[in-house]
Design a protein around this ligand. Structure first.
Ligand code: HQG
Length: 180
């Protein structure tokens, strides 16, 4: 497969493993997993031709390591980014003193008022470094990077989780912890 084909499959996997599994008639269990063989069969039945080897290649080469197989290789899930209601089953972890969030200026007034919200996703996503946050913000325009006092939040009792692919997740960042 070439880069474009791999990207196309990754985008489709994102749609069905994070947002709309019903598009090809699969279901996700309470932790977001679905059966690999069934996924492949249903993708093929719905016009998205893919073999097991190709799926493996997409999972292994994905630029953000968005997907992972279960230890026994029977199941697959997205490591973060869901809008469907699942639990990743992650244990809370102590975050670094500061984390970053990439956004754009048109959201700032609202963020100043209500803090950072998870919007349509299950969690609010924070980046461990500024560079990653720049990439996230750039998806929507000129990036604005917010510095988050995550260490202080943690001391105040807020919970943080680290996804399998290195994204920090929390539920809400009140404005007082955001360094604009
Ligand atoms: C903004 C990609 C107004 C927030 C990336 C963001 C990430 C507010 C947008 C992952 C707000 C939500 C997630 C408030 C937050 N008022 N706007 N109170 N609070 N926002 O896509 O963080 O490629 O749901 O700043 O790399 O941009 O999909 O979140 O601009 O890790 O794997 O509302 O998606 O990964 O947008 O991106 P999103 P995000 P993937």
């Amino acid at each position: 497969m070439n880069d474009k084909q791999r990207k196309g499959i990754s985008k489709f996997l994102s749609l069905i493993l994070r947002h709309q599994p019903e598009v090809i008639g699969i279901t996700l269990d309470e932790n977001g997993w679905t059966d690999v063989d069934e996924l492949i069969a249903k993708m093929n039945a719905n016009g998205h031709r893919i073999s097991f080897e190709e799926l493996e290649e997409v999972v292994e080469t994905d630029d953000k390591q968005r997907y992972s197989f279960s230890e026994d290789g029977v199941k697959i899930r997205a490591s973060q980014g869901h809008s469907v209601n699942i639990s990743l089953g992650l244990d809370p972890q102590e975050p670094p003193a500061y984390l970053y969030h990439g956004t754009v200026s048109k959201f700032l007034d609202s963020i100043r008022k209500e803090g950072l919200q998870r919007m349509s996703r299950q969690h609010l996503h924070l980046s461990r470094d500024r560079e990653t946050a720049v990439k996230v913000g750039s998806r929507r325009g000129a990036p604005v990077i917010l510095n988050i006092s995550s260490g202080e939040m943690h001391r105040d009792g807020f919970l943080f989780y680290l996804s399998d692919n290195g994204v920090w997740l929390t539920d809400h960042v009140p404005a007082k912890y955001i360094n604009f």
